[in-house]
Design a binder for this molecule. Structure first.
Ligand code: ADP
Length: 303
């Protein structure tokens, strides 16, 4: 597969992928489940030559998840702003689809972990974006996924329109069975008047896109890395909003991010609107527990 900056082999068996990854004869001796993800099965592979690899698998029909993940990782890597794992191979075979990558042997977070994460994310958000989207300022060169949900990335020149048509509207439409007619009216009102709340950013940013606390980690030396992105070019506030949805980011992260990026006036007034996208995706993927929060947000922004 050709991505922005790298060519990722596509294999027809895991054995072929492992052999490509370690450049030789090593075989998998042990496979240990890794918990913590939400869409795929994940494993640490122990090889006969003492090395380790990280493997995620899914049904063959979901092979596109991994094509999208590899493209997202490659896009972040191309910015040279924050470490992402090296992807050895993608593939389908033996009844599964898979992505095989370097295994990161996490050390505890280093002393300046949060400051570094903030500064690196700001650098990612300031990176040049024109090579990631063709025919518009916002979007991405291909569609991808948010967890197991589909994410449209049709290029466009208006952020507000992109957020409406490629983010909120598809999720709200998918969730319509949960809504009564009054909520549907309010959701439509909200979509029709997003420009009351959102603004067109000064510059587009490459976003991680799924920035919850399960999607960063510390590497072997305690420095931050990003994993499992759902990248697109959008407004940086959308990434920051998501860091606050489920918590887990230290205040030192925010201090260093905003120092590097500059303060964003009245960001708090838009945060929950951006997070309505993720909440509605959770409603669609995991069910009614998310409905009260979705309804509250629709109510608030449709007044
Ligand atoms: P999913 O796609 O199912 O959400 P993740 O990519 O989030 O899965 O990975 C699941 C967990 O595996 C993560 O929370 C993290 O703890 C761990 N992990 C992810 N990537 C690596 C890696 N390259 N090396 C070691 N552990 C990893």
């Amino acid at each position: 597969m050709e991505t922005n900056s790298e060519r990722i082999p596509f294999c027809s068996s895991l054995k072929e992928a492992v052999s490509l990854a370690c450049g030789g004869e090593a075989a998998v001796e042990k496979k240990q489940t890794v918990h913590g993800g939400d869409a795929n099965d994940a494993y640490e592979l122990f090889l006969s030559d003492g090395k380790r690899l990280f493997l995620k698998t899914n049904r063959i029909s979901n092979a596109d998840f991994f094509r999208a993940e590899a493209e997202g990782v490659a896009a972040i890597r191309a910015t040279e702003t924050i470490r992402v794992p090296h992807i050895h191979a993608l593939g389908t075979g033996d009844g599964i689809s898979f992505i095989l990558m370097e295994y990161i042997d996490r050390a505890g977070a280093g002393r300046d972990f949060w400051e570094e994460l903030g500064v690196s994310l700001a650098a990612l958000h300031k990176a040049e974006t024109s090579s990631f989207v063709n025919g518009g300022k916002y979007g991405f060169k291909s569609d991808n996924y948010i967890g197991a949900g589909r994410q449209k990335n049709t290029p466009g020149n208006s952020w507000i329109e992109f957020f409406s048509e490629c983010r909120l509207r598809p999720q709200l439409e998918l969730a319509s069975d949960y809504f009564d007619s009054s909520t549907i009216m309010k959701a439509n009102r909200l979509l029709d008047s997003l420009d009351r709340f959102l603004y067109e950013p000064e510059r587009p940013s490459l976003l991680h896109g799924d920035l919850w606390s399960g999607n960063f980690m510390s590497d072997e030396t305690g420095h931050p890395m990003l994993i499992d992105p759902a990248v697109y070019v959008g407004c940086n506030e959308a990434d920051i909003a998501m860091t606050e949805l489920f918590g887990g980011f230290d205040k030192r992260f925010y201090a260093s991010y905003f120092k590097a990026m500059g303060a964003i006036p009245e960001y708090e007034s838009r945060r929950d609107l951006y997070n309505l996208y993720h909440l509605t995706n959770h409603l669609n993927l995991f069910g009614g527990a998310y409905l009260p929060a979705v309804m509250r947000t629709i109510e608030r922004y449709s007044k």
